[in-house]
Ligand binder design. Sequence first.
Ligand SMILES: [Zn+2]
Length: 314
Amino acid sequence: MKEGKKRSFTLLDIMSLTEEDCKQQLAFNRWGEKPVCPYCDHDKCYTTKERYKCSKCRKLFSVRVGTPFEDSKIPLKKWFVAMYFVTHHTKPISSHQLAKDIEVTQRTAWFMLHRLRNTLCENGYEDKLECVVEIDETYVGGKNRNRHWDKKVPHSQGRSFKDKTPVVGMLERGTGKVRAQKVPDTKKKTLMPIIKKNIKKGSKVMTDEYRVYCDLHLDYTHKKVYHNRGQYVDGDAHTNGIEGFWSLLKRGILGVYHNVSPKHLDFYISEAQYKYNTRKMKGQKKFNKILKSDKQISYAQLTKDFSSERNKRQ
Ligand SMILES: [Zn+2]
């Protein structure tokens, strides 16, 4: 079946696929021509009518076992359409919109999008950012003007915003690589280990005047801009790059999601980070990356302990 073995799809191509084509496409992306047993990695498997059987451990498996689509009753074709939106569109799609587009419930669409975002998450990095790196923190949450009158927060500007969630970000200039994560607070003892873990010692770092950054000169060449004095650029000292990323993140959250619970913020940060870091990568390459992914997350994990897991990993 030729359609099932294409490397590149438009939305129209996906619409013309049968469920069987989608299965073949997934199999081809995962294994090439030879299926590999997800239980013992053996590469001699028989193809039965509906499934595969490993010649070594004798277990039966479908093409979905070990993929983000395992345990999902949603047809692969609907998954493919959702993947197309996530990988080819510059703006994120809301679960409400996806639910209408592929005729599933909003709850299902929400779960699908979270599963897909999870495949795009970066779980720690081998390398560190280096050369010139901008560091900044921001607060994410609803805007005062969008709140109901009795929920408005007085003096809700800058770093004193109590009901917003703090996020720290670092951007390597030149490559434009971004790393960002949710943090419990913006104290020095919280931010410094994250900075040291992600930025190579001796690099040049750019921040604003916020006092938590005062010890950076011990490990880095530190340059500051004084936002409180209305200064935003001083020679090469500025944080315009990372601020561009913040506006992308916030536009996505405000414009598409309207509201994001702090618990699920990690996913939206990962998605914005992924979109930013792969902005020059072709949509199809990203699409195929999801098809090759073995990252899974259950509904129970999503709704219960994902947040605490992520916090532990910091
Ligand atoms: Zn096996």
